[in-house]
Design a protein around this ligand. Structure first.
Ligand code: NAP
Length: 340
């Protein structure tokens, strides 16, 4: 590709003139080093992208910067032995959209070691519909299954149900035969949708977060998928059944929680940490292949994906930060004229 090729990107600046962002034209030689150059077709919107878009978000390490922690597209140049021109690939995590220019750009240059070949069974759009959020949901599911939780153990609670991690968790767990209870702050408006994607029951955030004075409470949940974290986790742990587990991936509800040792030492409850960013490549490929096959979250992909052009980003980033996001927003990097 010529270094003069000009393309569109969503760029954030933080300098003497303040903090600002918008669509700009960049040249190929402004992209960072990397051994694979990609024509990005789709990116996704995650909570972390929301944090990257605000000055106090503490995600982006240098400016000017192109955020976007997910991308999917076609290789246009490669010096990496595993990839060649024309290959369809996806990238999530690592330094993408944090210290290395990310997916809100028509072109990206990354390390080939970060790339996953698009698995058969998924389109580029579906891959970004799933994105980091769906991948994290699948890691949570894998972790619970590995801990021994089975559908016959009883109901599984999913918190932050209308969000990306939550909605994909519901879709996959119900497909795997689990009885899923969805906890949401949007019960009146989105309860029906949560049922459509696989929830057997929908409860309010307040009901899910009910705490008790004692160190333990009635055993309710065989497992919990929790992308919300924060103080409500204390109460959730007390309700996990004997031998059950909590897969903890997020902090939309806060970074701190208080706990005692009792759920762990009297009920053998397991608290499983989930990290999608530095997850090893072998696990990544295994999980993406499940996402394209037996675990494919069809219900969430069919009704939970909203596709937007790059110019809609500021509003979508704002919505995800204020907890208004429903399902997953996918950004198409096509020019409007190409897509129409
Ligand atoms: N560990 C990892 O590798 C990893 C990967 C991806 C994401 N994450 C983290 O996981 C979390 C969720 O990510 P996401 O992409 O699913 O975000 P999201 O789409 O914004 O979903 C978060 C959901 O949490 C609920 N929520 C929002 N504010 C809340 C509050 N104050 N108290 C309780 N619930 C609240 C809302 O669902 P309801 O209205 O339905 O309750 C919201 O839709 C984020 O903290 C993100 O950083 C971690």
């Amino acid at each position: 590709m010529s270094t003069d090729t000009v393309f569109k990107a969503f760029v954030i600046h933080k300098d003497d003139q303040g903090f600002r962002s918008g669509i700009e034209h960049w040249r190929m030689d402004q992209l960072p080093d990397g051994d694979v150059t990609i024509r990005v077709q789709y990116s996704g919107v995650n909570y972390k992208d929301g944090l990257a878009s605000i000055p106090e978000g503490k995600i982006v390490r240098r400016y000017p910067f192109i955020p976007g922690i997910d991308l999917a597209g076609t290789v246009v140049e490669s010096l990496h032995p595993s990839f060649k021109e024309g290959d369809k690939v996806l990238c999530t995590g690592y330094e993408l959209g944090v210290s290395h220019e990310g997916g809100y750009s028509q072109y990206a240059r990354v390390k080939g070691d970060w790339l996953v070949p698009l698995p058969e069974g998924l389109s580029l759009k579906e891959a970004m519909g799933i994105g980091t959020a769906g991948f994290t949901a699948a890691l949570s599911v894998a972790s619970l299954l590995h801990s021994g939780v089975q559908p016959s153990d009883g109901p599984v609670l999913v918190t932050g149900a209308t969000g990306g991690v939550g909605s994909f968790s519901i879709s996959m767990m119900s497909k795997l035969g689990f009885e899923v209870v969805a906890s949401t702050g949007k019960m009146a408006a989105q309860g029906d949708w949560l049922t459509t994607i696989g929830a057997h029951q929908v409860i309010s955030r307040e009901e899910a977060a009910q705490d008790s004075k004692g160190a333990l409470a009635a055993e309710k949940w065989a497992a919990v998928i929790d992308p919300v974290g924060g103080p409500q986790l204390s109460g959730l742990l007390k309700h996990v059944k004997y031998g059950g587990a909590v897969a903890l991936s997020g902090l939309t509800g806060g970074g701190n929680f208080a706990a005692t040792v009792y759920p762990f030492i009297l009920r053998g409850v397991k608290l499983l940490g989930i990290d999608s960013v530095y997850c090893p490549m072998s696990t990544r490929q295994e999980i993406w292949s499940k996402l394209a096959g037996e675990w494919k979250p069809d219900s969430a992909l069919q009704s939970g994906i909203h596709v937007h052009y790059l110019n809609a980003l500021p509003e979508i980033l704002n919505d995800i930060l204020s907890g208004k996001a429903i399902g997953r927003s996918v950004i198409t990097l096509s020019d409007r004229s190409e897509a129409e």
